[in-house]
Design a protein around this ligand. Structure first.
Ligand code: PDD
Length: 276
């Protein structure tokens, strides 16, 4: 079962008009909310970010917090899985002809649930590889917009290189991954790009900083260069669906001789305390 514009229906019965501006222009925003043991994880943070995305693109929120809660919980209840990933998107709505400008429209709202299968600790402990790419995205990466063409191209290139992620570089600084935030541990200090318009402010990023703080790791929300990363001790990526996983190879360079680091193990453990 999925939710579409006020109704819970079978996914193969869910259709939107071709005039939907999400279909025509990618004119919409989205959220991905993890669910552990049938409980929405950090729902407030996700709904706050959704509201910020909606404000940034001038789409009026179709529901209040309690209404969202009721709808999303219903979607959670329809799934047979205890751990889920909720995908929620709101587009500006459907006009009558394709035009860049718009009048007042009713947003199209779609929600589905997928099983959440992050890597097990054993799988993650093997480490993953990443490629680097120049970050050519637009200047509002803080908006969780469905317009994801650049991210799609990067992710497909990562797949073609059998890599877990594409790490993006702007003006010689690591911004984030194509679908994740990026962290560097060097000399016992954790570095990650500051929030702002150049990255998506990940909810998992906040949780990793919270976990690192609890593990007495010094945190510096400062951007780091590609050379810093290659000579660093540990590189991690984080997202709601992948949690926090170690990157041990970037392009052709091994990080920490290809070994997963001790800081990751501690932070991973702490993160799992939060999700349980
Ligand atoms: N992506 N940066 C980008 C560009 C992302 O697409 C994501 C997540 C993140 C991490 O955000 P969070 O920790 O709130 O999941 C950072 C989601 C999972 C997606 O697009 O499916």
């Amino acid at each position: 079962m999925v939710f579409l514009n006020g109704k819970f229906i079978a996914k193969n019965q869910a259709f939107v008009p071709v005039m939907d501006r999400g279909f025509l222009f990618g004119d919409g925003v989205y959220e991905v909310i993890p669910v552990y043991n049938r409980k929405l994880f950090r729902l407030d943070a996700h709904l706050n970010r959704l509201q910020e995305s909606l404000n940034s693109v001038a789409i009026k929120s179709p529901y209040n917090v309690n209404e969202w809660l009721e709808i999303i919980n219903q979607i959670v209840s329809y799934s047979e899985h205890d751990n889920q990933s909720i995908y929620l998107q709101i587009t500006r709505g459907s006009g009558t002809k394709r035009a860049h400008t718009y009048n007042e429209l009713n947003p199209n709202i779609y929600i589905e649930s997928n099983p959440l299968h992050p890597r097990s600790q054993k799988e993650a402990s093997e480490g993953f590889s990443a490629i680097t790419r120049e970050d050519i995205r637009w200047g509002r990466c803080d908006i969780k917009s469905t317009s994801l063409l650049a991210n799609i191209l990067y992710t497909q290139q990562a797949k073609q290189h059998s890599a877990e992620e594409a790490i993006l570089i702007k003006n010689n600084k690591v911004t984030e991954g194509a679908t994740s935030n990026v962290f560097l541990i060097t000399g016992g200090t954790l570095y990650t790009h500051p929030t702002g318009t150049e990255i998506l402010s990940g909810i998992t990023r906040d949780l990793i900083l919270e976990s690192a703080n609890s593990c007495d790791i010094i945190i510096k929300e400062n951007a780091f260069t590609i050379d810093d990363m290659l000579s660093g001790d540990e590189v991690w990526i984080s997202s709601s669906t992948r949690e926090v996983i170690p990157i041990t190879k970037v392009d052709h360079n091994l990080i920490n001789n290809g070994e997963v680091g001790e800081h990751w193990k501690r932070v991973y453990k702490h993160y799992h305390k939060l999700t349980n």
